[in-house]
Design a protein around this ligand. Sequence first.
Ligand code: GLA
Length: 562
Amino acid sequence: MKFLFAPIVVLALLSWPCAGREPKGAPKAEALYHSLAMTPPMGWNSWNVFHGNIDEEKIRGIADALVASGMRDAGYEYLVLDDGWMASHRDSVGTLVADPAKFPSGMKALADYIHSKGLKFGIYQDRGHSTCMKLPGSFQHEQQDMDLFAQWGVDYLKLDSCYAEINGRLSTADYAVYRDCIIKTGRPMILSLANYTDPSWAWGGGQIGHLWRTSYDIGPSMGSVYYCADTTAGDIVIHPAFNGLWQFAGPGRWNDPDMLEVGNLKSDRENRTHFALWCILAAPLMAGNDLRSMTASVRDVFTAAEVIKIDQDPRGVQGCKVYDDGDHEVYHKPLSDGATAVLLLNKGAKDADLTVSWDQIGLKGPQKVRDLWQRKDLGIYTNQFTATALPQHDHRLLKIGTPGRPPLPLPSAVAPAKYMVTSQGKTYLSGLYYVWRSGPAAPRYNSNFEGQPIVIGGTPYQRGFGFKGRGLAMFKLNGKANHFTAVIGLDAACQSDDSCRFKVRNLDPIGPTSLLYDSGKMTRDTAPKTVDVDVSGVDCLILECESKKALANWAEVYVVVD
Ligand code: GLA
């Protein structure tokens, strides 16, 4: 015993420093990673203005302009190179290389230059085998690429999803690989999930990265700006009961309605309105214009300190709509100091007076009102404030209330039992709000798409969903359920040439990995089918109708928790 014991002690003592370092360092790196974006990230990204036409001279010029314009000092710290920076092939040992014609001095030199300006360096990659521009992606090079980025001094990674549907991993697992690889490098890097249009908020994107896209790519028009804003603040991608995605955002986890088009829009009015909308939504503020040639008025939009302060408020509440009639909107963002930020927005073609009343924003009696663009107190108002004659695309951004009071309560969030499977036994999905949808129209609950009763193969059903044409809807099973069942078929009102493929998917809207069930092509004459799928461990389940215009019905759609 004596002889055996001694070497064990020696071995244990020898290995102790290493063994001791691992558990101590790892949680520290993890804690650091999760504390990186306590307010929405701010910076500049090359895509909106340059697309793939980037080179080191331009980017150095942008770094200089970030400093000279005062934007760095206003908080824009990340300079992010989007797609198009790399050579078309990895080198002989599989290392990514910068395009030698565009970046002859290499990425390390560029990163050093950016850092020397007091800025942070961000880069784009893709989790598929190729980027969206068909340059080498990171699939099967995950740790190698993260190590290289750490070596270059990368502080921010925008990780795109082109071609990732054929990786054989669900988005959650795939993105988690990168999170773990980044943490392993020991270098703090923000992870921006560019899973555009896919519902990262629903599957806990905030535990994996720091921000996630909610929209398709933004473009330089107010139509596009409003569409992107409404993916985050409206019901384009989530059930209307949620009033937007605000309840999924907060310090360290942000909805990203895409990068800014400020400076690329038609007028200063449009630039200001776009910026104010992003600020009330606590959106990441990534400029996307050519900073080297912007006008003084565009610079003034980017550096408006009181407006930025709304975006960067440490309470981290995403503002939400308290009024929306299609043309006119009122938003409210309760701040950390006891006051609230209010945005009055006229999208409509006619000039309009817009009012916010105190009962919409949780206030009573006389309140101080300040205009944040004019940096001017407008006076004390009782019960309401009206902005008069706002032209189309104009707005007022106000701070209302008295700083120093206890923070105003948040609007009420949707309770988990209303959108997640929470109990044993049967849960009808038609009794839950969907957490994401895609396609031209939302599904109808408990009727066919035209509001008539659900009838499949002559049998009427009280519960289920009616779709029309292409549509996907996601429900949160929360990993709890074991079985999924439904009756599917085309509605009797369909034309004889209408058809639909009904699919059930695990988490991801496209690709072979997520497919759990495929009905094949069904027409009005196909006999109804009963779907029976094992959904053990599935967090988010998607019902999909692949169809041009058919009315497709899902009846008695439920899951069972054993
Ligand atoms: C996708 C992203 C864009 C941009 C391009 C680059 O479209 O959504 O933001 O990164 O890829 O190819």
